[in-house]
Write a protein that binds this ligand. Sequence first.
Ligand code: ZN
Length: 231
Amino acid sequence: MNDLIGRVFSFEKSTFPASGELFAKLSSQGQNPKALMISCADSRVVPEQILQAQPGDLFVCRNAGNIVPPYSTMNGGVSSTVEYAVMALGVRDIIVCGHSDCGAMKALSNPEGLDKMPNVAAWLRHGTAAEHIVSACSGHLHGKDRARAIALENVIAQLSHLRTHPSVAAAIARGEMALHGWFVDIGEGQVLGLDGTTNKFVPLREDQPLPVALPATRRIDNETYLAEAAE
Ligand SMILES: [Zn+2]
């Protein structure tokens, strides 16, 4: 048997019994995850490990390139997961997480290899803006540096798409949603976070304020539209 698949028996015999109390609670009370993480499907980036999350802690959506299609362009897994996380589970933090050495970002950088993968090519069109930004503003970058730059810009692009989803847009307006843009450097074991005030990615440091792409700030209250109408 495939060695990995055989490890399921270890879950049944050891892992589950060792967390019996937790699973009993989750089973009887349901889930109440503290965040939604949209990350790449890459096997080297494990959201639960990065956040040291236990079962029940983290709602996760993974796909090639940590893409969030803009609302209305397609009814798919990502849109449904976002809507459910926000509307049904009341998630108030969403993290879009890219990473180094990303195959999807390399494909965006150099699309010739996608000829025989029409679905991947169509999916990655949602990241085209990232490639265009890097080509237009940092045309001197090549190879790994260019793919890394596209990965960073792709996180920003997908955060913008996320804001087109009505559930997210309304939560932001109410001041009940913070958006985070992260980038995991696999080789360095380091996580960068997008600071929305400087638009730069900076290392997350325990002794410093967490860089946030869009902090939770209430934009609309009962007076907002009245005041505008009175002017
Ligand atoms: Zn990837």
